[in-house]
Design a protein around this ligand. Structure first.
Ligand SMILES: Cc1cc2nc3c(=O)[nH]c(=O)nc-3n(C[C@H](O)[C@H](O)[C@H](O)COP(=O)(O)OP(=O)(O)OC[C@H]3O[C@@H](n4cnc5c(N)ncnc54)[C@H](O)[C@@H]3O)c2cc1C
Length: 409
């Protein structure tokens, strides 16, 4: 079964979905509201489930080659003592791979390289879809500044490579809403849903300007209501992130200086990571999540994927991995058919329970980790972690990472 699809959003989820749909024999147009694909972002870690999904999509080898395996590391407290160590080699024995770390920009580039450039339309915002015909979805492309278009499958306006797409309306057999945590299409499909909620945490992060001499591949350090972590990359640079309990919307005139004040007396290499960072490289976002689970991931011929479907807190490093799983499962379901409706029903049945349970687990991990602030609760948690058997960390990761994609026939 083939057809034409419009994917809304060229994030990790949307690009992966487009790759999968093309493998399943579909014609795909990806509509992205950003006028330029600027390749920003810090770093990302990918667990075995995300890597296996990438394998199913044919890009796993390229991502592994560009990523750095995370063999050594674990969780510490601000004075540097260890709460738990993570054994990447043990994880590799269990799952065939340790966790890997990669700059987001590189992951985006590798996903885009697996798509013909003409299927990407930038500067095209989709805020609504017309579902009045049950067999075709009409997708008006709004024009954000300076958009350019690739040839769009099923376009009623017949737009061609390099032309503008203002006011174009695409028609497709399927729309994949991969428009992120603030999804406009989710709000249209589920008007009674409350939408995303602020998690109570804000995150500042960056990639160092230069390589940093690190004793481990990755670390998390938990203080009271605060976390600092790093992931080392293949080129010796590292991404670091600082997560803080905070009201939403708090911003700093000099974010790096604010972080030096907050984390400057935490253990090595934290101050060195901050010193190796340019002030303008620091990104600051409040973390939102879908606390109320969606009742369905599909409505008619529109299907939700990635953060649009199940935005979760980053405490398990699973948000993008779940988006990649979505993409692999959607492609396999559509390839198997026999109808779009039956494929979307299978996608919903497979993806909703799993991704929503990972989202619950991520929230819980945050409550017991970064968000915990009461000194007594922090002391009890730290003692429990120090006493836990060394396999406990690996077992926790296996619970979510040991997933295998369906065959894409
Ligand atoms: C601090 C932090 C750390 C994280 N670390 C990890 C990690 O280590 N591992 C992991 O697996 N996950 C991690 N995640 C989660 C991961 O980043 C997300 O789950 C993932 O990026 C979601 O991808 P997406 O494509 O669904 O959404 P997005 O990346 O948000 O992409 C949505 C795209 O849609 C576009 N768009 C939005 N609205 C419209 C519209 N109306 N019309 C057209 N285009 C539109 C946007 O411009 C964007 O390009 C982390 C998240 C955070 C916040």
């Amino acid at each position: 079964m083939g057809g034409s699809a419009v994917v809304v959003g060229a994030g990790i989820g949307g690009l992966a979905a487009a790759i999968g749909l093309r493998l399943a024999g579909w014609e795909v147009t990806v509509a992205e509201r950003a006028p330029v694909l600027a390749d920003v972002g810090a770093g990302i870690s990918l667990h075995a489930n995300g890597l296996r999904a990438l394998d199913a999509l044919g890009v796993g080898a390229a991502v592994r080659a560009a990523a750095r395996p995370q063999y050594t590391g674990g969780t510490r407290v601000p004075d540097g003592s260890w709460l738990a160590r993570m054994d990447g080699a043990a994880l590799e024995r269990e799952l065939g791979t340790p966790i890997v770390g990669i700059p987001r920009a590189v992951l985006h580039q590798l996903l885009r390289a697996a798509l013909p450039p003409e299927c990407l339309v930038v500067g095209a915002e989709v805020t609504t879809v017309d579902r009045s015909d049950p067999r075709r979805v009409r997708v008006p492309l709004g024009n954000t500044a300076g958009n350019t278009a690739a040839k769009a499958a099923g376009s009623t306006a017949g737009n061609t490579l390099g032309s503008t797409v203002a006011n174009t309306v695409l028609e497709a057999d399927l729309v994949v809403a991969a428009d992120g945590v603030g999804s406009r299409l989710r709000a249209q499909l589920f008007p009674g849903h409350p939408g995303p909620a602020y998690s109570g945490s804000t995150v500042l992060r960056a990639i160092t300007e230069r390589p940093v001499d690190l004793a481990t591949d990755f670390e998390l350090t938990w203080g009271r209501g605060a976390e600092f972590g790093h992931i080392a990359f293949a080129d010796g640079r590292a991404e670091w992130h600082a997560v803080l309990n905070s009201p939403p919307g708090v911003r700093h005139a000099d974010a790096l200086e604010a972080l030096r004040r907050r984390f400057g007396d935490w253990h090595d290499p934290i101050p060195r990571l901050l010193t190796a960072t340019r002030p303008e490289a620091v990104l600051h976002h409040d973390i939102h999540e879908l606390v109320t689970p969606l009742p369905a991931f599909a409505a008619g011929r529109v299907v939700l994927l990635g953060d649009a479907a199940h935005a979760m807190t980053p405490n398990l490093g699973q948000g993008a991995c779940q988006a990649l799983e979505d993409a692999a499962v959607l492609a396999a379901a559509l390839a198997a058919g026999p109808t779009v409706e039956s494929a979307l029903a299978r996608y919903d049945a497979e993806r909703r329970p799993r991704s929503q349970s990972v989202a619950r687990a991520a929230r819980q991990a945050g409550r017991m980790g970064q968000r915990l602030a009461h000194p007594l609760a922090v002391a009890v948690r730290n003692t429990a972690l120090r006493l836990a058997p060394s396999r406990a960390t690996v077992r926790t990761i296996l619970r979510h990472a040991d997933w295998t994609p369906p065959a894409l026939s």
